[in-house]
Design a protein around this ligand. Structure first.
Ligand code: GLN
Length: 201
């Protein structure tokens, strides 16, 4: 089954390349009907104001909320995608996020584009060191009780999971080895009804 990538705006092609390196085909998603056949969806980095407006105006946002809550869809949001999924967003502009993971996130928290950077961090599920790329990245400022933190930068969470929702403030699609995508495809399978139950409450 292909993995969907929300394809209204953002770095869709980079996620396609990451999935292709894992031998997984991808499907660009721009309408609700395309979601029906999918169990996995990536919301890419880009501009969260634009992505959330598209989700809300197209009706896709409500469909994603229903499917995630019914455990029939796993979603990974990277950077702007993480903002789109957060329960609370700190932003000068109002952001109507999907509220599917219990985190508060603050937009552009490291400053403007020129303060983008890369840093080695540990991907906790495997213990691997990965080179995380931060581009006008947000910061996760609080996480709720049901949220697992899977990587940190200088003591702050940068990769978090709650049930079938995974968010990263960096861009795992730029990793040479698509470790985080592989993790997303495997853990989300196990939280879907076909293979039984949520993995986190
Ligand atoms: N700063 C952007 C936003 O708030 C996110 C940047 C990114 O996705 N690389 O939407």
């Amino acid at each position: 089954m292909p993995c969907g990538i929300l394809a209204f705006q953002g770095d869709v092609a980079e996620h396609e390349h990451a999935l292709a390196r894992l031998g997984t085909t991808s499907l660009r998603v721009t309408d609700r009907a395309q979601l029906d056949a999918l169990t996995h969806l990536i919301i890419p980095g880009g501009e969260s104001t634009v992505i959330t407006a598209f989700l809300n105006e197209s009706g896709l946002g409500v469909t994603i909320q229903e499917r995630v809550r019914a455990n029939t869809l796993a979603v990974m949001g990277t950077c702007a995608g993480a903002i789109a999924l957060a329960s609370e967003v700190g932003s000068p502009k109002p952001i109507d996020s999907l509220k599917l993971i219990d985190i508060a996130i603050s937009r552009n928290a490291y400053g403007s584009q020129i303060y983008s950077f890369e840093e080695d961090v540990v991907f906790t599920p495997t213990g691997e060191q990965i080179r995380a790329v931060f581009i006008r990245a947000p910061k996760i400022v609080t996480v709720g009780d049901g949220v697992a933190v899977l990587a940190n930068l200088r003591g702050g969470p940068i990769l978090a999971q709650q049930g079938n929702v995974l968010v990263s403030t960096f861009h795992p699609e730029y990793l040479e080895k698509p470790t985080v995508h592989q993790f997303f495809l495997s853990f989300s399978n196990s939280c879907l009804p076909a293979s039984g139950g949520r993995i986190l409450e």
